[in-house]
Design a protein. Structure first.
Length: 154
């Protein structure tokens, strides 16, 4: 295990975030998703007072106050790329353009996924003063890569 970041050190107890070595798992690509960027204007209800020039609609978008509780809102949605996987841990999504470009043509295929597990680990001192692990909790995964499984020729 490699210690990544020390989070808390109070008294004798210390909590750290640690990662496993690289792990591998088989998965299936369920889909490759591309959402193009777009810009949209619309008239929406606002939180602005009558005298305010600018307001915020209930979606959190900034806009020009028109009065009577309405505003012109501009919504900018950035372009997104994602790949959806299914593995023994369940389904998960990785949002990376380079991964989308690599795997968009192989939806439904088996891949080998490489990743690391992230743990919150607590250490304390025992009666002799030696540092010992008292708790290890899995808190997430760091995706590294996915490679298509090529079938061996007979």
């Amino acid at each position: 295990m490699t210690a990544v970041v020390a989070l808390v050190a109070t008294g004798c107890q210390e909590t750290r975030i640690e990662q496993s070595s690289v792990l591998y798992e088989s998965a299936t690509i369920l889909s490759a998703v591309h959402t193009p960027s777009h810009h949209k204007l619309g008239v929406k209800a606002t939180t602005a007072d009558k005298e305010d020039l600018v307001g915020i609609d209930f979606g959190g978008n900034l806009g020009l106050n028109l009065g009577n509780g309405m505003q012109v809102s501009a919504v900018e949605v950035p372009e997104k790329f994602a790949v959806v996987f299914d593995c023994e841990h369940g389904q998960f999504i990785v949002q990376r353009k380079e991964l989308y470009d690599k795997l968009k043509g192989v939806v439904g295929k088996r891949v080998v996924v490489s990743y690391k597990e992230n743990y919150r680990v607590t250490y304390d001192k025992d009666d002799t003063g030696k540092k010992v692990e008292t708790s290890r909790v899995l808190i997430g995964y760091d995706f590294i890569n996915a490679s298509v499984v090529e079938k061996a020729e007979k």
